[in-house]
Structure formats: C-alpha cells, structure tokens
Write a protein that binds this ligand. Structure first.
Ligand code: SAM
Length: 416
C-alpha cells in the first residue's frame, strides 16, 4: 500500500486488491504509517545508514510508525510489534535477508527513552514543505492547530434519514443506538448554522453495527458536510442540480429534506453507480443520475434552467487529511493551480444553467484560500449578476467536523 501511494495511487484504489476481511487492519496500519510518515523518515535518517531497498523500507516504515506515540494508547504492545515485524520477513526472500536489520533497528528505536526529545514529532508533521508554507501563510494564528488536527482520529458522524426518522421519532432511534451499546452526542450547529439530523458516535464502528443502516435509517456523513442542506433553503418542487455528485452524500441529504426534482451529475461512470446505490439504500426517489462533465453541459443539460445548483467541486481535499492521510503524499503544489482553473470552468458553465433568482452553493473540502475565499471573490468580480449571500465561508477542521468552504450566490433577477 505504501509503495502504491508513493507511486501516486490513492489508498482508496490501492486497497481494492486486499481481501475484504483484511481491509480494516491493512487500512489502519497504512493510515498510521502515512500520518507519521515524515517523522518515520527522520527516524530512518538517524538509525539506518542508507535507505533500505524495496520491501525492507516499507516494513521498517510501517513498524516504526506503530512505535507507541506520546500521550496515546499504543496500537500494539512493543513485543508484538517486534515479533510481527520479524515474522513478516519469512514471507519474502529479500525480506528474509533483511530480518536482522529490521529487528535491530526496531529494537534500538524502542529502547531509546529519549526518542521524542531527539526526534520531536511536532516538528515533523505529515505535510510536504509547500503545504506547510501555504497553511502558515493563510492562517498564521491557527496554523499549528490545523497541523495538529490532521493527526486526530476523525469522528464518525451519522446523518439520520429524515424520511424514515422524522424529528418527532428521533429519540426512538437514539434509544436504539444506546441499546446497541453506541454512545453518541447530537451535533446541533456548526458555524452558527443549525443541524437537525447530525449524531456523532463516540467510538467509530463498522456500519453493520449501526441500527438500521442497511435499511436506510442513516448515512455516514461528516457534520461539516451536512451544512449543504441547511444552507440551500429549497422549496417543494424545485428543480435542482447536484453538479459533482458522487458518491451522493449531499444528493441524498437534499432529497431527505425536500421534495425535489433533482439531477445528480457525475463525470466518473463508476462513481456515478455509487450515487444510485446510496439512493436505493435510503429509499429516495425523484433523482436522475446523469454521467457527464459539469463544465460541458451541452451533452447532458435538458434546456430547463435550475432553481438551485450545488457545486461541490473537485478540490485538493486539504480539509479532510485526517480521513485520507494519503492526500499529502499524492498532491503536488501545481495541482492547486490546476484545480483552481477547473473549479472556475465548472462554475462558469453552471451559472448559465441557473434561473434568474436561483441560488448556487459553491463547496469544497479544502482549507486553501485559492479554492475557497479567493474563488468566491473572483466569482463576484467576474459575474455582474452574482450576489453573495450569507454562508460560513471557510470552516477549519475541528474535533467535531472536517474542513470545508461554503459560499452561496444568488443570480440577480434584475440584471441577467
Ligand atoms: C467532492 S466530490 C463530491 C462529493 C459529493 N458531493 C458528496 O457529498 O457525496 C467531487 C466529485 O466530482 C466529480 N467530478 C470531478 N470533475 C467533475 C466534472 N467536471 N463534472 C462532474 N463531476 C466531476 C468527482 O469524480 C467526484 O466524484
């Protein structure tokens, strides 16, 4: 997995070759290795004379990343860690020759009581230099908090399906969570915006342990993402476009909250299938899933303008690093500029599909201003008929939610 991520494959794709039963364990070790990757590199620089080749490097990388962290429950007892790292060496001829090296390095690292004084982890966050520079430039005061938050374990938040669990029956469902041994807390608002269906589980569990999940009682969706439905105040019968829709989290939320005629557009046909699967599980209707490019509407737009458009555009995903620690390895600085250009192209194309008086919600899960506030300002200065309405703007990642950017625009009726 580590080698594939280094070669540019996302973990989500790479893990598909791992047998389903092994995926949770493989994912958890890989996440840990990626989160601590830059620190592990420092450790290797000091403990190994020359970077070891191939698999030896990856076994050492994973094993050192599992060395107990300061102020955190260890993932594995240290003797288990050494034993398993050595056992792995029997699985491959090249690794077998490296057994002595792996064993020795790991034992020396574990024996060093001053490891974290000599190689402080705070000074080696899992970001490339350009990424750190950008965060510090944009958020001098809160930069450290953002950097630290990427090492947190993300919360697992549910969005209760209001069609199946109306507000007056929420307590019954919350009781079922208790009966299933799941502690929870309701999340009632984020950035001053009220949420009605967000419930955070104290400890993340696989979805098969969540009551009613497969019957559509709820979905897993970060509380920050749930703002979309709260910000787009729609009315019954509205024609709505979700322009970058897969896997359909926000599409489903809108359909749970309002009676709409909704087009869910997605450029990637494989991902588009996930939208329909999610809608089927949640028993939601009145959506057309379309495969097409939001920046090229000619091939899919039926000519009837929309009352509202949700543009949850492709972005760097810099606001969700703790959920996808491979992101900082996969992204290059130049990607941000390219993404900005693509986002502008999509926005420009979508604006023409919006009715006068209609609303467009621009969303990214990024914390870089190039994909957030600077895009919103650019849009206002380029579109004479765009009015900016109240929306939270930049939301930084916190214990309760991921990082997002929200800007809401109305197409001015009087000047279009
Ligand atoms: C941030 S994700 C959307 C998440 C989704 N809104 C949700 O809440 O579940 C962005 C999606 O846009 C798709 N996408 C990228 N470029 C696109 C384009 N030009 N037109 C339509 N979809 C696009 C990506 O494949 C990806 O599935």
């Amino acid at each position: 997995m580590l080698q594939q991520v280094q070669d540019g494959t996302s973990l989500t794709s790479a893990i598909q070759i791992v047998p389903v039963g092994l995926r949770p364990a493989v994912q958890s070790i890989t996440f840990q290795a990626l989160r601590r990757g830059y620190w592990v590199q420092e450790v290797l620089n000091q403990y190994v004379q020359k970077t070891p080749p191939g698999l030896t490097l990856y076994v050492l990388w994973a094993a050192i990343a599992l060395v107990p962290e300061k102020n955190r429950e260890p993932m594995y007892a240290t003797h288990t860690l050494v034993n398993e790292a050595v056992n792995v060496c029997h699985l491959d001829k090249n690794l077998f020759y490296a057994k002595g090296l792996i064993n020795a390095v790991l034992r020396r690292v574990l024996r060093n009581e001053n490891l974290y004084q000599e190689i402080p982890e705070d000074k080696n966050p899992s970001y490339p230099d350009w990424w750190l520079r950008k965060i510090k430039h944009a958020y001098s005061g809160s930069a450290q908090q953002i950097i630290d938050s990427s090492k947190d374990r993300p919360p697992l938040t549910l969005r209760l399906n209001q069609r199946q669990i109306p507000q007056c029956e929420q307590d019954l469902y919350l009781k079922k969570l208790e009966e299933a041994g799941l502690e929870y807390k309701k999340i009632n608002s984020i950035s001053g915006i009220q949420l009605t269906n967000a419930v955070e589980l104290k400890t993340p569990v696989p979805v098969n342990q969540i009551p009613g999940f497969f019957d559509g009682a709820c979905s897993v969706q970060d509380a920050g993402a749930q703002l979309a439905g709260a910000l787009l105040s729609l009315k019954s019968g509205d024609k709505v476009l979700d322009a970058c829709a897969a896997p359909g989290g926000k599409t489903a939320q809108l359909l749970e909250l309002f009676d709409l005629s909704l087009d869910a557009l997605e450029i990637d046909p494989t991902r588009a299938k996930r939208i329909q699967e999610n809608l089927d599980r949640l028993k939601l209707q009145n959506a057309r899933v379309l495969v097409g490019d939001a920046s090229e509407p000619k091939s899919w737009f039926d000519g009837v303008q929309y009352d509202a458009i949700l543009a949850d555009v492709p972005c760097s995903a810099s606001g969700i690093v703790r959920r996808h620690p491979d992101i900082t390895y996969l992204r290059q600085e130049v990607d941000i500029k390219n993404l900005q250009v693509m986002q502008r192209k999509i926005l420009t194309a979508l604006w023409g599909l919006l009715k006068p008086g209609g609303k467009l919600l621009y969303v990214t899960c990024s914390i870089f201003p190039e994909e957030g506030e600077l895009q919103a300002r650019w849009w206002l200065s380029s579109m004479p008929n765009a009015l900016r309405l109240d929306a939270p703007g930049q939301i930084l990642p916190s214990k309760e939610h991921d990082g997002f950017f929200y800007a809401l625009f109305e197409k001015d009726n009087s000047n279009n």
